[in-house]
Write a protein that binds this ligand. Structure first.
Ligand SMILES: [Zn+2]
Length: 108
């Protein structure tokens, strides 16, 4: 019979995300909101443009600009830069702010 998992053991292996309003919290409290800084097409854009916007992702290897919401916390949206290989959070910034200089601006 296996011993029950201790809460401290679970917390020790949990990935933390630094909410800019609440501080570091467990990953399960957050929800990924997609790539950040993607310009929305004009309403008159053709179907191919909308399909590209809605379904195609750049699938970046390395630093990626992402939107997140602290769903089971303060409920605030924010941006972060996450290394998609190591999952290390490199920077956190507000939804109205520009990305930090450590990443190259995304191309539309
Ligand atoms: Zn929060």
């Amino acid at each position: 019979m296996k011993p029950p998992l201790l809460a401290s053991r679970i917390e020790a292996t949990m990935h933390l995300i630094p909410c800019p309003y609440c501080g570091p919290r467990a990953e399960w409290e957050f929800q990924w909101g997609g790539e950040a800084h993607r310009p929305r097409p004009d309403l008159s854009a053709d179907d191919a443009t909308w399909a590209q916007y809605l379904f195609e992702r750049r699938n970046t290897r390395g630093p990626a600009l992402e939107r997140w919401v602290h769903r089971y916390g303060c409920g605030q949206w924010f941006h972060l830069v996450r290394d998609t290989v190591s999952h290390e959070v490199l920077a956190v910034y507000g939804v109205e702010d520009r990305p930090p200089d450590l990443v190259v601006e995304p191309t539309p």
